[in-house]
Each structure stands twice: as structure tokens, then as C-alpha cells.
Design a protein around this ligand. Sequence first.
Ligand code: ADP
Length: 538
Amino acid sequence: MSETAHALPAGEEVQGPRQTGRPESRESVSSIGRGRVLRVLYAEDEPADAELCLGQLEAAGYQVRADVVSNREEFAACLRSGGYDIVLADYKMPGWSGGEALETLQREGSEIPLLVVTGAVGDEAAAAMIKKGAADYILKDRPARLASAVERALEEKAIQRERQRAEDSLRASEIRYRRLFETAQDGILLLTGAGVITDANPFLLERLGFSRSEIVGQRLCEVGLAAEHEECQKIFHQLQQGEDTFCDSLPVLTHSGRRLEVEFASKAYQAGDEKVIQCHLRDISERKRLEEALKLTLRMREDFINFAMHQLRTPLAGIKWLLELAARRQDLPAEPLEFVHDAHAAAQGLISMVNDLLSIRRLENGKLNLELQPGSLGELTRSVLEEVSHQIAERGHHLSVTGAEEVPAIRTDLQLLRQVISNLVSNAVKYTDPGGRIQIEMKSRDGLVCWSIRDNGVGIPQEVQQRIFEKFFRADNIQRLDTEGSGLGLCLARLIVERLGGTLSFESQEGQGSIFTVTVPQVGGETGKATPCSPGAE
Ligand code: ADP
């Protein structure tokens, strides 16, 4: 055969279906190829043999595209150009062999299966070829086997590729898992079902101050992590039972005996034949420290409020009383008398603040008892307005009140409710420029009594509206009005209204004004719903 590569599309050089002389084989293989294109690289020095074999493949249903080569250079060149499904190679050719073709294939890193097609080969030589990596061998005098051998080789290759893909993806997932394990910023500990440590990630080793070899192979209880024996023993016991565990704060000891607080969670799962217990340890020592510091600060604040309430109230009452006595003196010149009045007002302010704090504290702790009594809410509103009438007149505000006559008498803690309405009205008066408009609207609807207290004052800046009910909060925009206040009124008002079973809400726009809305249940607090009356709704 000439030493050139033959392009042999089916039906060109290889014409018509070839007979193998064994009709039953032809029938059995005719469906193998199912019309699929089969790209063949064929190392063969005998064109007639090549034709015969390729004809067998066509007869089996393949559309054969073949390159027939008879020397190693052409073989290597064709191989490099690529695109073959299968390589067929004669066992022995002048100057080279099927064995060398196989070596070339392997050297090129090709995964195309190679079948040895040979006139005669001993069993040993055939076995050696297969050992080296040939997919199969076929004797030329039994060419009918060729198609099924090709099909099998292709199938095996496909299975091998699939397996390879699965292995690659398993390896990739292992690498991902390992990276996660190595770089996690939480401690991870792996145990056998019997509680023996099999691995610990670097983060945990670093936090606990152990080397890997110091803990791997040890039982969890032997490592000395238990800071409080009972607690740890309980967890270790649960682990050994294979139970999932969670402990939001477990004290553990580091190698050097330092105590850490960790959040501990474990999960058991089956990995093949083995049971694995995976534990996660999150160091929460810093969080705990901050929580303790916060608790301490809150306790100090509470202590201060306690101090303010109990230690200041009595002397303040004494000061106020003495100032009242001083004010009554007839012989006091005008200027000192003015000082006495100012000091009296300041003492009164301080007493009010202490009283407000006391009430807030009682309400927050659920310790404020209500004194329920029936009373007219119109009357209550009128008495509040009477109290502030002096300031309203002083500032030249225009006041309108509607609905006070219509609302029914209810049973509630009138004293507390009065405190709320008084605070809201005096805020409207204080935080509105002179000559402003203050409208009070009262109505009763759906088992609720509702007050809307509207002003066209300075309003509350949008960005601080969510803070308005905080203790001691006062917005910056009221500074220019030079008003007095402690920032406790609204906080107390809201707590009171909620205690009475109602709601307190507001809408406000800086520079435009505010509207505060209070609702309380019409009968004593137990039947009302806490849905606010919408301002201005009929
Ligand atoms: P105080 O009036 O003693 O400062 P409050 O708790 O009653 O305390 O009110 C808290 C803050 O809410 C006030 O300092 C003020 O900034 C704002 N505020 C309350 N009511 C009004 C209002 N009607 N208009 C504008 N700002 C108000």
C-alpha cells in the first residue's frame, strides 16, 4: 500500500456493503451503527484488508469517514489533526507496528480507543497489547467481530469519560469543601461516631492553641476543653448518642487554660460506612464581654435613676417648701424675691422630672396601678385648657376646641389621662411661634374616644421622628424657641396611653406643624381596640 493517507468517505473508495461470509453475523450487527458517523484512523499497509474491515463497519450501519495510513509519520500527523472516534491498527506493518501506533497515541495524550486488527497474533502478544492499553484485538479472518468490538470500545470510552467527569467533579467538590474547612472563620471539629477527633480546622486550632497532632486521635473529653465539667459532659454525652446538639453559650478552655465562651452546634451524618459528627464552635467571648458591659451600663443608669428618685425627691421637696416660705416674707426686696420665684420654679421643674421618671419606671416595670373612675372627658380637656390658658394668651395663639360636648363620660384613670392631654397641649403651645393656631378635636367612634391636637408650629424633623418617644430626647429645631423641658413628657404619655389600652401617634412636618392623636377605649380600657382614629375623619 502507498504511504499516503486515504480519505475514505463511505461509498467512495470502499464501495457497497461488504459481505463477511457469515450472514447471521451481518444481521446481528446491522443495527449497531444506527447511521452514526464514525471517524476512523486506520494504520494498515494492505488496502484490501482496510477495505474489508471498513466495509464491515458500514455494513453494521456506521457512516464511515476513514483515513488509512501506512507509516508512523502520517499516523502521527493525522492524529494531531484530531477528530477521530476510533483507531484501527494492523499488528505488524513494514517498518512499524500497531504497538508503536498505540505508543504514539499515548504519547500524544489521546484518549481515542485503539483496536488491533491483525492477520495472526498469538494469545500472549494480544494480551500484551491489551495490557499496554489497546481496547481489543480482532483477527482479520473473523472481521464480523469488528463492528461490535468498535461499539464496545466506544461505549467503554464513553463510560470512562463519564466516570472521569464524575471523579473530576467529586475532586472539585472536595477541594471546595477543604478550602471552606481551611479558611472558615468559625471553628470546625470532626469526630467519629465514637467521639474521637479526626480533624480540626486551622481557625479552631489557633483559637484553642492546640496543634493538630495534639488533638487528632483524642476523645473530645480528653482534650481538656471542659471549663464547666457538667455542662461539657452533657454535650459530650449527647454527641456520643449521635444527637444533634446546640448550646448558645458553652465555656471551653484553651490549651493555656484561658476561658472562652463558644456557641456550639453539632450534626451527625453518615459518610459512606462511617458516622461523622461535625461540630461548629463560634467564639462569642467578645460578644459576651460587650453584653456584660452593656448590662453594667444599664445597671449603672438604673442605679442613677434610683438615686435621682429616692435621694433627690426629699431634699428637693424641702428646698421647694423653704422657697415657698421665703416668698411669703413681706420684707423681701423685689430683686431677691424674683430670685426666690425663679429658684422655686427650678425646684418645681426638678421635682416634676423626678416624678416623671418615677412614673416611667413604674409603667415600664408594670407596677403602676390604675385608679379607675368615671368622668367627663370634655370636662378633663377643659381643665387642661384652663391650666394653659395663661401661656396661650401670653403667646397670642388662637385656640379652637370641637367635640368636647359630644364625647361620653368614660371610666378610666382620669389623673393619668389628664397628664397625657396636658403634655400634648402644652407641647403644641410651646413649640408654635406666637400667634399660632391650635386646634383640639374630640370624637368618639367604634368604642374609642379620640383627641387630635393640631398645631401649626415648628414641627418635628423627619430624621428624628422615630426618636421622639425616647427618654430625654429633644429635637434640635426647638432650640431657637428657648423652651423648657426634660424630654420625658412624650415617653411618659405613650406609656400611660398604652397602659390605658389606647394608642398615641403623630404626624408632623418640619416648619408646617404637628398633629398628635390619642385614642382610649370608651369603657374602662377593656373593650376598646387600639386602632387610631384618623385625624379629621368623620
Ligand atoms: P419636652 O417637651 O419636655 O422637651 P417631650 O417628651 O414632651 O419633652 O417632647 C419631646 C420632644 O418632641 C420635644 O423636645 C420636641 O423636640 C418634640 N415635640 C413634641 N411635641 C412637639 C410639637 N407639638 N411640635 C414640635 N415638636 C414637638
